[in-house]
Design a protein around this ligand. Structure first.
Ligand SMILES: Cc1cc2nc3c(=O)[nH]c(=O)nc-3n(C[C@H](O)[C@H](O)[C@H](O)COP(=O)(O)O)c2cc1C
Length: 137
C-alpha cells in the first residue's frame, strides 16, 4: 500500500548519499536479483493475517523453490507492521527465517516498525541503517 516502498526509497537515497549503489526492487524478480557481491536489505510490511504482501510473494516462492545456497550473502530486514495484530511483523520474520535457512547471514537485528506508533517509519529505519552498515560492510 506504499509505506514499505516509501521507507525503501528513503533508505536507497541515504545509501546513495553515502556513496553506495542501491537499487529498489518494488516487484522483485528472482532471476533479476544478484546473489553475489551484493547485500540484500528486505523492507516489507505484513498483510492479511501475517501474510507476505503481494509484491514479494512471487520472489519468495521462487526463492523457496530454487533453494540456493546463500552462504556468502549478508542481509538485513526492516519489517513494518501494526502491533495490534498478533501476527505483528510476521512477513519480515518469515523472510528472515527463509534466508537464514538458506545459509545467509542477517548482519544486524531485524528492525520492527510499529506503524501505529511511529510518527515517521522512515526515520526509525534511517536511525537503524548505520548499525546495519557497520556490521555488514
Ligand atoms: C488488511 C490489513 C491486514 C494487516 N495485517 C497485518 C498483520 O497481520 N501483521 C502486522 O504486523 N500488520 C498488519 N497490517 C498492518 C500493515 O503491515 C501496516 O499498515 C503497514 O504499514 C502497511 O505497509 P504497506 O503500505 O507497505 O503495505 C495489516 C494492514 C491491513 C490494512
Amino acid at each position: 500500500m506504499g509505506a514499505a516502498e516509501y521507507v525503501a526509497d528513503e533508505l536507497a537515497e541515504a545509501l546513495q548519499a553515502l556513496g553506495h549503489q542501491a537499487v529498489v526492487h518494488e516487484h522483485p524478480q528472482y532471476d533479476k536479483i544478484p546473489q553475489q557481491d551484493v547485500y540484500w536489505l528486505i523492507c516489507t510490511s505484513t498483510h492479511g493475517a501475517g501474510d507476505l504482501p503481494d509484491n514479494i510473494q512471487p520472489f519468495i516462492a521462487a526463492l523457496k523453490e530454487s533453494a540456493p545456497i546463500l552462504a556468502d550473502l549478508k542481509y538485513g530486514v526492516i519489517a513494518l507492521g501494526d502491533r495490534s495484530y498478533d501476527t505483528f511483523c510476521q512477513a519480515g520474520h518469515q523472510i528472515d527465517q527463509i534466508l537464514t535457512s538458506l545459509g545467509a547471514q542477517r548482519s544486524a537485528q531485524l528492525l520492527e516498525i510499529d506503524v501505529k506508533n511511529a510518527v515517521s517509519p522512515e526515520d526509525q529505519a534511517l536511525e537503524w541503517l548505520p548499525t546495519w552498515l557497520k556490521s555488514t560492510l
